[in-house]
Design a protein around this ligand. Structure first.
Ligand SMILES: Nc1ncnc2c1ncn2[C@@H]1O[C@H](COP(=O)(O)OP(=O)(O)O)[C@@H](O)[C@H]1O
Ligand SMILES: Nc1ccn([C@@H]2O[C@H](COP(=O)(O)O)[C@@H](O)[C@H]2O)c(=O)n1
Ligand SMILES: [Mg+2]
Length: 488
């Protein structure tokens, strides 16, 4: 593929980074060349979505404010579930003391989903600003929210609807429980009630009797029935809310790490793209060049494969081991996982076997041959696997993950042979987003380790920018060289 084609291809992903490329400074040109099948919507930079739930007055807003402050160099927006309270009818307004604002039905979840969908697709949205005094969401002008790197969705019931939960990359539950207190829940409720009384009588100008009545009639029962049961969905529970600086620091650190990763890694926690360096980019530049010599193609592919294999081995379990050093000191280290094997997908996967053997002395390597016809005519032709494969961790080798169809065939076979899904590490050099989606969704417990994520697939289901037929290039069957007869 020439430079011009690559530029044209990337037009559709303006400002979105793929495989380390981006469009800044490129002149926009059109040509009749093949376009990736990845839709424009798939190419939006995915924001990192954090859900923050917890009882009313537990400190959700305080926690969000601290996260936003600490992420000062990122574009962060806060979306409050309060903004999606239904407007009350005249009848409901007349008897507002009987209205349950803590029930899931009090919120317009469809509107919330629509807003979140737009933000995730990179569109700006106008969000209602709720007025707690008039119980209306159309008193103030709407708030314009621009698409951002991080979206924080905060509210008592943001974990209630599974469709809303699905949007989140990280779920935080804010707790006011005091760890040393024997009656954990009552302490938690007491703190929330005390804060609520102070807040609602102050900020919302409500009468204390009304606050207490609403609390016993609706707030407390709803906490027990709807909010507390969603605590189990949280990835992180923050005791002591905004006072918990250690938890907030750790969360901010985690978000920063995630933001530095490829967008797909934010979606799939089982996808690992090795940290890019100029050495790695340089090697990719060489092996993707159609003009490179066969010798150099093999040399630089081998170097990259070795890196991927080493990275993949880092995901194996380990046990602690102590040794005595020549100085007589104790060194506490780890022992490698011994029950492992490789499985290469013939033929290009065989190019990864040497690197695996170089890292794991005497490792058993099985083989799978899958016949490919077009996009979906996948057929398993041959397999030769270690008899005890079900007891082993498996490093599945295939340099290219394209549509994901061959990978699904190979992984399904391993699972049929009794290999636990979580014992499979799939190693490739390059992965198309389509293949990542297919494999990570179908097998959420396997790990994929790759060195670069591609733009997508073309109409012939070939990975682009890609590197052509890897097996042919690696094993030298892609040219018309004369037959080499070994000398006698
Ligand atoms: N750690 C804390 N210690 C004392 N008061 C707090 C703390 N966190 C929040 N508050 C106060 O409690 C009230 C409720 O906190 P807020 O963050 O608004 O809760 P939520 O958003 O969960 O309803 C506010 O008036 C706030 O100032
Ligand atoms: N008109 C309204 C709407 C909601 N509430 C209460 O707000 C609480 C949720 O907001 P937090 O910031 O505390 O999470 C919830 O308990 C509702 O009862 C209200 O009082 N009036
Ligand atoms: Mg709040």
């Amino acid at each position: 593929m020439d430079t011009k084609s690559a530029v044209d291809l990337m037009e559709s992903s303006s400002e979105v980074h793929f495989s380390g490329f981006h469009m800044d400074g490129f002149e926009q040109r059109k040509s009749g060349m093949e376009q990736p099948t990845t839709s424009a919507t798939d190419m939006y930079k995915q924001p990192f979505v954090i859900g923050v739930a917890g009882g009313a007055a537990s400190g959700k807003t305080a926690v969000c404010d601290m996260i936003i402050q600490q992420l000062h160099d990122q574009r962060v927006v806060l979306v409050n579930q309060d903004s999606f309270y239904h407007n009350l009818t005249e009848e409901e307004l007349a008897r507002v003391q009987d209205y349950n604002f803590d029930h899931p039905d009090a919120f317009d979840t469809e509107l919330l989903l629509c807003v979140m969908d737009k933000l995730k697709r990179g569109e700006a949205v106008d969000i209602p600003k709720y007025d707690f005094k008039s119980y209306k969401s159309d008193v103030y002008p709407k708030r314009r929210v621009n698409p951002s790197d991080v979206i924080i969705l905060e509210g008592i019931l943001v974990f209630h609807d599974p469709r809303v939960r699905e949007l989140m990359n990280m779920k935080i539950f804010v707790d006011t429980a005091v760890a040393l207190h024997i009656k954990l829940f009552s302490a938690d409720a007491d703190v929330r009630l005390a804060r609520r009384i102070r807040r609602d009588t102050g900020e919302k100008g409500r009468d204390i009797a009304v606050v207490l009545d609403q609390y016993s009639k609706f707030v407390k029962p709803a906490f027990d029935d709807f909010i507390l049961p969603t605590k189990k969905y949280a990835d992180i529970i923050i005791p002591r809310g905004g006072d918990n600086h250690v938890a907030i620091d750790l969360i901010v650190q985690h978000i920063r790490t995630k933001l530095g990763q490829h967008d797909l890694c934010k979606i799939y926690s089982n996808l690992y793209v090795i940290q890019s360096t100029f050495q790695i980019r340089g090697m990719h530049t060489l092996i993707r060049d159609a003009q490179i010599t066969k010798h150099d193609f093999v040399f630089y592919s081998d170097r990259l494969i070795r890196l991927v294999v080493e990275h993949g081995l880092g995901h194996l379990p380990f046990t602690e081991k102590q040794v005595i050093t020549p100085t007589g000191s104790v060194y506490t280290g780890v022992d490698f996982c011994k029950r492992l094997c490789g499985v290469s997908v013939i033929r290009s996967g065989e190019s990864m076997e040497n690197a695996l053997r170089a890292c794991c002395k005497g490792i058993k390597i099985g083989k799978i041959l899958i016949h490919r016809e077009g996009d979906n005519g996948q057929q398993l032709i041959y397999e030769k696997l270690p008899n005890d494969i079900s007891d082993r961790h498996v490093l599945l080798l295939d340099p290219i993950l394209g549509t994901g169809n061959s990978a699904v065939q190979a992984i399904s076979l391993l699972i049929r042979k009794g290999v636990p899904e979580s014992n499979i590490i799939f190693l490739n050099l390059i992965s198309a987003p389509q293949g990542v989606h297919v494999v990570c969704k179908k097998f959420p417990r396997i790990k994929i380790v790759t060195s670069e994520i591609e733009i997508g697939l073309n109409k012939d289901y070939r990975v682009i920018p890609g590197m052509g037929e890897f097996g042919d290039r690696y094993f030298g069957t892609d040219d018309d060289e004369q037959l080499v007869v070994p000398s006698q």
